[in-house]
Design a protein around this ligand. Structure first.
Ligand code: MLT
Ligand code: ZN
Length: 467
């Protein structure tokens, strides 16, 4: 897509004001990428609108001049969904960050898409309510991006993914139409619910310009149990035992190798004197003494059966936070090694057989690379990260890893799983979409894209190529 750059910048400046069109290399580099490793951004400009009207004008201009637009939130994505490599105009939501309305009866917040997850969580807390979608990047990630990728995180086992909390949204489609979808209704059986097409669309259909988000009652006395296991395969038997007796708010896991990185990077004390191969982190509400008794008796039962070998339980919220760090800080602890990331899922009941085949495959094909297993195992979601050996060039490392990707994704396909459980397809996983979605589904996805975005101006080259 071509356009006279100077002319384009001046049209954009007419819409948002000259101060809010940035073309300095430092801005292009900063706003042209997300947290994905090894990318070289090359946008032509970054634009910062403040209203739906301005977004409509930007979309109209882009359609007229055939310019590609990349929606940009907190840029915490890990699949290159917000990457601008081909002279696109990046549309940042940094200035559309206001909470517009709160309704206590409806338990709904209406806000602009640039509000961060943390801001929403804190606002809900002030109102004695709770926004349950949570992850390590919640301080930076923006709601528009969360919705565009249907973000998951650490509480999905109890509260579901972002999709579950989107009660309404306004969008400007790639064609330039403003749609007001579902309007905060609880019940609405009036035909196709387009909300759900925009959730997880990775910015390929249009801009999410306003969101109405549901809130829940806050959990009480969250208590964390960290348990040591000898085998990752046993984790699901432990999950089942706990779930039969308790409502769980989280069920996460990580390997001792992953823990070692966190302990070293942040100079923490290991949770147990004697290490275990794997750990499960279990969170539940400790509202009655019977919950605590139930947790203890399940633990004892699992211990007797040889499923668990060690355990500790938080006595206070600060204890709970400390235990969470072992899991939540893995990504930041290993980021300096530019790991090759996998974000895969299978049905929960399939996790044990899937993991044993995956482990065997990884040992066979990555003999010299360090493989770290961790993730939201209670949701069937495994983040297999391969650590780059010091001294090996990133390019060569990724090339080696990519050789294995087809085999890992082949296994995911065999189990009917997903190649992306929560990070999205973006550019990194695009070549492999067929491992999770059928030919027919991809054909329909392309048709939907063409309907909302006939000139392919919305985040082209992400999720799928129109061909
Ligand atoms: C996490 O759950 O920690 C992240 O989504 C995983 C990752 O960074 O690979
Ligand atoms: Zn995750």
């Amino acid at each position: 897509m071509r356009s006279n750059a100077g002319e384009l910048i001046s049209y954009l400046a007419d819409i948002v004001g000259p101060r809010w069109v940035k073309t300095e290399p430092v801005d292009l580099n900063h706003y042209g990428k997300d947290w994905t490793n090894d990318v070289n951004p090359n946008p032509s400009a970054i634009v910062f609108p403040t209203s739906i009207e301005e977004i409509k004008l930007i979309v109209a201009l882009a359609n007229k001049k055939k310019v590609a637009l990349v929606p940009s939130g907190g840029r915490t994505g890990l699949s290159g969904g917000a990457l601008a490599k081909n002279s696109e105009v990046v549309v940042s939501f940094d200035r559309m960050n206001k909470i517009l309305e709160f309704n206590a009866v409806d338990r709904l917040i209406t806000c602009e898409p640039g509000v961060t997850t943390r801001t929403l969580q804190e606002f809900a807390k002030e109102k004695e309510l709770y926004y349950p979608v949570d992850f390590a990047s919640s301080g930076s990630s923006q709601l528009g991006g969360n919705v565009a990728t249907n973000a998951g995180g650490i509480k999905v086992i109890r509260y579901g993914m972002t999709r579950n909390w989107v009660q309404g949204m306004k969008v400007v489609t790639g064609e330039g139409q403003l749609l007001d979808l579902n309007r905060g209704l609880v019940k609405n059986a009036s035909g196709f619910d387009f909300r759900h097409l925009f959730i997880g669309s990775e910015g390929t259909l249009g801009f999410i310009t306003e969101l109405t988000i549901g809130l829940s009652s806050p959990p009480k006395d969250l208590t964390v149990m960290l348990i040591g296991l000898n085998s990752m395969i046993d984790t699901i038997a432990v999950l089942e035992a706990f779930r039969n007796k308790l409502t769980l708010n989280a069920f996460e896991f990580f390997s001792d190798k992953a823990l070692a990185h966190v302990v070293k990077e942040y100079a923490l004390q290991k949770p147990f004197d004697k290490g275990c191969e794997f750990y499960a982190l279990i969170e539940f509400e400790n509202t009655t003494s019977s919950n605590l008794d139930a947790a203890q008796s399940v633990f004892d039962h699992c211990f007797k059966c040889g499923l668990v070998v060690n355990g500790t339980i938080s006595q206070s919220s600060s204890d709970a936070k400390k235990l969470w760090r072992f899991r939540e800080d893995i990504t930041s602890a290993i980021s300096k090694y530019s790991p090759y990331k996998n974000d895969i899922s299978v049905r929960i009941s399939q996790v044990p057989s899937f993991l044993s085949e995956l482990d065997e495959l990884i040992k066979r094909i990555y003999p010299s690379f360090e493989a770290l297993f961790f993730g939201h195992i209670g949701d069937g979601n495994i983040h297999l990260n391969i650590v780059k050996p010091v001294g090996l060039a990133a390019k060569d490392f990724y090339k080696e890893c990519e050789k294995v990707t087809e085999m890992v994704f082949g296994l995911v396909q065999k189990f009917g799983g997903s190649i992306s459980a929560e990070h999205g397809i973006g550019v990194l996983k695009k070549p492999y979409l067929r491992y999770s979605r059928s030919k027919e589904e991809i054909t329909y996805m392309k048709a939907v894209k063409r309907m909302f975005d006939p000139n392919n101006i919305m985040n082209p080259g992400k999720l799928m190529d129109l061909g």
